[in-house]
Design a protein around this ligand. Structure first.
Ligand code: BDR
Ligand code: CA
Length: 313
């Protein structure tokens, strides 16, 4: 049976690829809805980008909501330096004809989760965790309804990408991440340790372009744009590919390896705020709250991604 998911996202080229991967896999995912959050760029722009991606996928039945326009307690930090002014620079996608739903994303999350049985809906989180944490604070009865939260965020062995200590999604709203980590919901964390292994090398991108469909061309253009920043930064043959790993983990968990450990979020220190303090070696007695992925099979991941993108228009 297809797994029911809600995608919480700040698209972002890599978010866009993750959304396409999910929408190309209807036998595996029943996508209940998409909720945009402020992160890579502003909420309004992220929501518009989500609509563009849904249109590109041809799945016009998918509803898109806008959630929070800023983190719980802090000023929004964005990443135009990586994703471009629109957040989705690269392909020339038409302005969306689809419209945003009127309901606030937080209320959509609450209403949808309360309408489902316990542990039946998975949240696939690709951006800062503001919407999810705010929904948990507003209506704690949603917590037992969540089957699992699979999130891209954090890093331990790889450390940070926006500061030396912190990964972007967690750094933008560490208070929200802290609420989620303490919620008791089963969490799988897909950190930089994994996503940095999934390098979008030229041959891998060429295979996606070679699919000859609109989605393949758009993904090629998106990743060719966003990778220029990382190629220079890391001097590698390909850039990390983050958010699609969330969907790939749910589709093929055997592609990834990890451990069930304690992860806590630094919310106080100015120097290391947003750090995911991962007790990978079990040196504390703190409760295990996260399935922390440490590595993944890049060839298997790109084979899966390419095969699924081939199904789209
Ligand atoms: C994360 O930050 C964003 O820029 C990406 O979309 C990804 O979710 C990687 O740190
Ligand atoms: Ca993202």
């Amino acid at each position: 049976m297809a797994r029911k998911i809600i995608i919480d996202t700040d698209p972002g080229q890599d978010d866009a690829v993750a959304i396409l991967l999910a929408l190309a896999s209807p036998e595996d995912f029943e996508v209940l809805g998409i909720v945009a959050v402020a992160g890579n760029v502003t909420l309004a722009q992220n929501a518009r980008n989500a609509l563009k991606v849904v249109e590109l996928s041809g799945r016009k039945d998918i509803a898109v909501y806008a959630g929070c326009e800023r983190p719980m307690r802090r000023t929004l930090v964005t990443a135009e330096h990586v994703h471009g002014e629109t957040g989705l620079d690269g392909p020339d996608l038409p302005l969306p004809k689809l419209k945003l739903e009127e309901q606030h994303g937080i209320d959509y999350l609450i209403e949808t989760l309360l309408a489902h049985e316990e542990k039946t809906v998975t949240l696939a989180c690709l951006g800062p965790l503001t919407n999810v944490a705010m929904a948990m604070v507003k209506e704690p009865r949603i917590i037992p309804r969540i089957q699992e939260i699979v999130l891209m965020g954090g890093g331990y062995f790889e450390m940070g990408n926006i500061t030396p200590a912190a990964e972007f999604n967690i750094y933008v709203d560490p208070d929200a991440a802290d609420v989620v980590m303490r919620s008791g919901v089963p969490i799988t964390m897909v950190p930089l340790d994994v996503t940095h292994m999934m390098q979008s090398t030229k041959p891998r991108l060429e295979r996606i372009r070679g699919l000859g469909n609109k989605a393949g061309a758009a993904v090629y253009d998106m990743l060719s744009f966003s990778e220029r920043f990382d190629l220079k930064k890391y001097e590698s043959e390909g850039a990390p590919l983050h958010d699609p790993c969330v969907m790939a983990y749910m589709l093929k968990p055997d592609l990834f390896q990890g451990r069930h450990i304690n992860v806590e979020i630094e919310t106080g220190s100015e120097l290391t705020v947003g750090m995911t303090v991962a007790d990978y070696w079990g040196v504390t007695n703190r409760p295990k709250n996260v399935n922390f992925l440490r590595s993944g099979n890049a060839d298997g991941f790109y084979a899966l991604l390419t095969e699924r993108l081939a199904r789209l228009p």
